[in-house]
Design a protein around this ligand. Structure first.
Ligand code: BES
Ligand code: ZN
Length: 844
């Protein structure tokens, strides 16, 4: 690998004066940037990408310069080192890449409009102005912007506007900050404002394509999140304003630009009168995530991208801590258990996965680091382990010291561990390094051997792997007193089992609360002791048993057929957690049955048995005062009842559709997707297809559009499928930011899989040109690996993707996904017969 030098070593910027003149009409902008700083060397390099540099001047004198596109660099030779001021003039083009400065497109009453916004993380500030585009190169910024302005338009940036002269908007000087956090936006916007107890002005902005009441929920959550963090971190919010802006075109989910956070519309705006609880929870956690970064990430920033986890893992944990504090009745940690935990456990079990901390230099590799299941979910899980280990008091004390020591500066993972270690008196870094630096996680086998209770750890894999002898320092959290807090060895004998069992009076358990990142493989004796009692356990424990067994089955350590008979025991649970785990296992059985076969019929019978009583209890219509658990369980049950072809479910969904045919948006949001999908599956015709596709095009309501997407992709008619695929490349209908969802759900539809698979292979080049620069591009491959289950598809997958193994940013994904599909194919082949027998038996 090439050794890249960090430009910060040669030139240390202190202050930027940035002037930009942006023209939407001709998609061009020009700029002039003055950087004052300290040159350590006479040969320096400044980042730029796709800018046409007109001149580089120092103290009024032109300097000669060279462009090095490989390094995104302007190479400059200075007359001397020391204090230097450089003025760079340039021109550039606005592109639709959703990176750098870019337009977002939308329609209001049929009129096409656009707003301009920015996305600079990870390395795209250099596409807007020349800079040392490295997180360590913190400086202050004066931003001045001119644009082809029309009356009534709004312009926003990190700091408040201080004056406007001759059409130029001048913004207040920023705090010392990193380039990737700079942001601005302008266009015809609407907003709502409030302020926090401490006087921070909080606002939410959107285009005028949305009813203004859709801004209210976000405003309330943003204000209360900031108030929560000021108190939790014991550190004031460092800026006068906190703007939240929804952009119609957005590549990531949201971005924590300091003082001007940008969001996908789906993650900020919602109809306060008709939005499902899980959607509200999602929006709240996204806002809380980005606002956690205003301190952790923005005020104190990772020194280099290898410590990206420090930003993202931490914000991912804090989004739950904050939402749990401001909306305690939501029990938001349950969502952590049903989303982050399984995603981390699944992906981290494939050999070849990255570790949370990864050495990285090249920009393409930096973007490839953002593996949601690892850097976000596993990383958050690590920090949850730390929090459990040291407690909230030490966490808060440590954080306060960490912010005080590094504010307006940078830090490393080591700095965080030492702050938390000092505050708690526990050697946090010793425990955490085994999780941070190694990929994967252990399965702890618990067994009674010759009358003795013993445990041992071994890395858990799903699919082909190479055992590497890794060991972890595992917080065991047992319910038996004689079990040590941390298990760092390979094997351990705990003591005489029957004595321990008698003294404890309850089955032996590990990882109570499911907060440590490992799974448990109990032997027959211990497992049947647990299962005898399972319905009296708390919901997390029930989920955990099902989840660990499912993973062990995927990893071929227990038989799927042995899990099937357990399912009915959980089917009358009123807990969302238990239902989530139950239906995750049940839905996983679908891979064993061939579509439209007798086996599939048998599985549908089992689904009917699992869901019928709950379907009668919960029904289609949310009841006014029902519990959160009921609201969150209903989708699992309806989905199961429809799969089971429950007559009542199908006909009442159809009635709901007919009753609301002229106002589909107003169907109760929590069940809307099932009503629409049912209609497409059971009552489809061309007119319905056209109606839903038109509604998709016309609507600005992101969660309604999601529902329509799911429904439309349930289409079975081949000519309609072909028609739909044509829209994939029409950004006026399907925005590139939403295309992956469309592709995935069409691929998962058995009737459309061939067409979707043919499309991506045929138009791969188009896809790469359109969204290839996106850091989530590799997930187009991930979603294919979630669907394929036959040897034929495995062969086709390899034929297509193996030649692309050397594409930067795709290598890891392709090689992992081959293992994922191969394991599924093997599993189905080996266990299909026994699983189907178990399904028939359980459905009886
Ligand atoms: N900093 C990220 C956004 C980002 C990710 C920018 C990768 C550039 C490259 C932001 O804080 C974030 O984590 N966004 C998430 C949503 C979040 C709530 C999990 C995202 O975009 O998926
Ligand atoms: Zn983040």
């Amino acid at each position: 690998m090439t050794e890249f030098k960090h430009f910060f070593e040669t030139f240390q910027p202190e202050h930027y004066e940035i002037f930009l003149d942006i023209n939407r009409e001709n998609k061009k902008f020009s700029g002039k940037t003055t950087i004052s700083g300290n040159a350590k060397n006479t040969k320096i390099a400044i980042h730029e990408k796709d800018l046409t540099i007109k001149s580089v001047q120092s103290d009024g004198h032109d300097l000669s310069f060279n462009i090095d596109p490989e390094l995104d660099a302007i190479k400059i030779e200075l007359p001397q080192t020391g204090k230097t001021s450089l003025t760079i003039s340039y021109r550039a083009t606005l592109t639709d890449s959703m990176m750098g400065i870019y337009p977002s497109y939308y329609e209001v009453n049929g009129e096409k409009k656009q707003i301009i916004g920015t996305q600079f993380e990870t390395t795209f500030a250099r596409q807007a102005f020349p800079c040392i585009d490295e997180p360590e190169a913190k400086a202050t910024f004066d931003l001045a912007i001119k644009f082809d302005e029309k009356p009534g338009e709004t312009i926003l940036a990190n700091m408040p506007e201080v004056r406007e002269k001759d059409g130029v908007h001048y913004f207040d000087t920023t705090m010392r900050m990193s380039t990737y956090l700079i942001a601005f936006a302008f266009g015809d916007l609407q907003s709502k404002k409030t302020s926090t107890k401490s006087g921070v002005e909080v606002s939410v902005y959107s285009t005028k394509a949305h009813p203004i009441k859709q801004l209210d929920f976000a405003l309330d959550i943003a204000k209360r999140s900031i108030e929560f963090y000021e108190e939790f971190y014991q550190t004031p919010y460092p800026l006068p304003q906190s703007n939240q802006l929804a952009l119609p075109d957005f590549s990531a989910g949201a971005m924590e630009n300091w003082g001007l956070v940008t969001y996908r519309e789906a993650y900020l705006l919602l109809d306060p009168d008709n939005t499902a609880l899980n959607t509200k929870q999602l929006v709240a956690t996204v806002i809380a995530h980005e606002l956690a970064h205003q301190w952790f990430g923005d005020l104190v920033t990772m020194k280099w991208w290898d410590d990206l986890w420090l930003n993202e893992s931490f914000a991912n944990m804090m989004e739950y801590v904050a939402v749990d504090a401001i909306e305690p009745s939501w029990n938001i940690w349950e969502t952590f258990q049903t989303s982050d935990v399984p995603s981390a456990l699944q992906r981290d079990a494939t050999d070849g996965v990255q570790s949370v901390h990864v050495q990285v230099e090249h920009p393409a590799e930096i973007d490839a680091l953002f593996d949601g299941a690892i850097v976000y979910a596993k990383g958050a899980r690590m920090l949850v382990m730390v929090r459990a280990l040291i407690g909230d008091d030490a966490l808060r004390k440590g954080l306060k010291n960490y912010f005080a020591a590094h504010h307006y500066g940078n830090a490393t993972g080591h700095d965080l561990w030492s702050a938390l270690g000092d505050a708690s008196g526990i050697d946090v870094s010793a425990v955490m390094n085994s999780w941070l630096e190694q990929p994967g996680y252990p399965a702890v086998a618990a067994a009674v051997v010759n009358g003795k209770l013993t445990i041992s750890q071994q890395q858990f894999f799903i699919g082909e792997n190479q055992e590497a002898g890794r060991l972890w320092q595992i917080p065991l959290n047992s319910n038996y007193d004689s079990v040590p807090a941390i298990f760092a060895d390979k094997n351990l004998t705990i003591g005489d089992y029957s004595e321990l069992r008698k003294a404890a009076g309850e089955p032996f358990r590990l990882n109570i609360g499911n907060n440590s990142h490992f799974i448990v493989k109990y032997d027959k004796t211990l497992l049947s002791d647990i299962l005898d009692d399972i319905n009296s356990f708390d919901s997390v424990s029930q989920l955990q048993i099902l989840q660990d067994l499912r993973l062990l089955a995927e990893g071929r350590q227990v038989l799927y057929a042995d899990i099937v008979p357990l399912l009915m025991r959980f089917s009358s649970s009123r807990s969302m957690l238990v239902n989530a785990a139950l239906y995750r296992v049940a839905n996983n059985l679908k891979k064993f049955v061939t579509p439209k076969s007798d086996e599939e019929k048998a599985l549908k019978v089992l689904f009917e048995k699992l869901s019928s009583k709950q379907f009668i209890r919960l029904g289609w219509k949310p009841k006014p005062s029902e519990s959160n658990d009921d609201q969150l369980t209903r989708p699992y049950v309806l989905n199961a009842a429809l799969y089971a072809e429950n007559d009542d479910a199908i006909s009442s969904a159809h009635d709901l559709f007919v009753d609301n045919a002229d106002k589909l948006l107003s169907l109760p949001a929590g069940v809307r997707v099932y009503v629409l999908a049912n209609e497409m599956k059971s009552f489809a015709n061309t007119a319905l297809f056209d109606k839903l596709l038109t509604a998709y095009h016309d609507s600005s309501d992101a969660s309604f559009k999601e529902d329509l997407r799911v429904a439309i992709t349930s289409v079975t008619d081949s000519s309609l499928i072909a028609h739909l695929i044509e829209k994939f490349e029409d950004a006026d209908v399907i925005k590139p930011q939403d295309l992956r969802g469309w592709f995935y759900s069409l691929l998962a539809n058995n009737n459309a899989q061939q067409a979707a698979w043919d499309w991506i292979r045929k138009d791969w080049d188009w896809l790469e040109d359109t969204v290839g620069g996106d850091m989530e591009f590799a997930t187009y491959i991930t979603v294919i690996s979630m669907v394929f289950r036959t040897p034929e598809r495995l062969t086709e997958f390899k034929e297509f993707f193996e030649p692309k193994l050397n594409t930067p940013g795709l290598t890891r994904e392709i090689s992992m996904d081959i293992k994922v599909i191969a394991n599924r194919v093997d599993l189905v082949e080996a266990e299909k017969t026994s699983v189907i027998a178990a399904i028939l038996e359980a459905g009886r």
